[in-house]
Design a protein around this ligand. Sequence first.
Ligand SMILES: [Mg+2]
Length: 265
Amino acid sequence: MHKSLRIAAVATACAVAGGALYGAGAATAGQSTANSTHEPYNIGLLVKDIDAYYGTAADANGVYQASPTSPYAKDLASVDKAARKYIDQAARKAHHKGEKPAVVFDIDDTLLLSLDYEKRYNYTYNATTWADYVNRADRPAVFGSPELVQYAEKKGVEVFYNSGLSEAQRSAAVENLKKIGADVNLDTDHVFLKDKANPPSYLSACATPGTWTCTTVQYKSGTRAHIEKDLGYEIIANFGDQYSDLDGGYADRTYKLPNPTYFVS
Ligand SMILES: [Mg+2]
């Protein structure tokens, strides 16, 4: 993930002030409001909405977890259901045509849920704390995603991972993916991570050794182009929690997983 470019919400002070002084934000009798069409959604209320969406609650170890019965879980289940039906059909078609079908998964918040980090740090980002969090290799699964990885493999579809995590984070990422049961093709030929020091030649349009100017879309679509054009696969589906995971082509279909906690351009 190109975390340095992400736009994060900052919450604490606003949440307290908003809740105490203005309640739900609705004007009451005798109050006058600007009726502005430009005032953004109240950030304190947004944080509450996000908590409700995930059903966020601390577990016995104080780790924030999403609820498997939350609206978030239900949204994921409907994406998964549609994706399974499509993968089944698209895989049959591809095999019939003699193509090699593949699926591509982003990692952060597509397979590994970062809710505990986001909630703990009020939806902000810090390179040091983020790196520590990733290296603990203890993130829970995004509900249903490991099962979707296994489903694709069972249907004869090659599974690839396309992540903005760095090469330095490879062992932690692989360990964490194994732990959640996404234990398919976790080798260097299938897990594509960002190598800024030694970028692959297929990214030469935006990266050479020592010079990296690739946007997330350039990096991720460039990697998918490599999988299709150089490795000979037909990417039938691409899964990500950010639009920048999905834009730029080289996938027959894209699946956007929900993530209201940050935006990666
Ligand atoms: Mg992601």
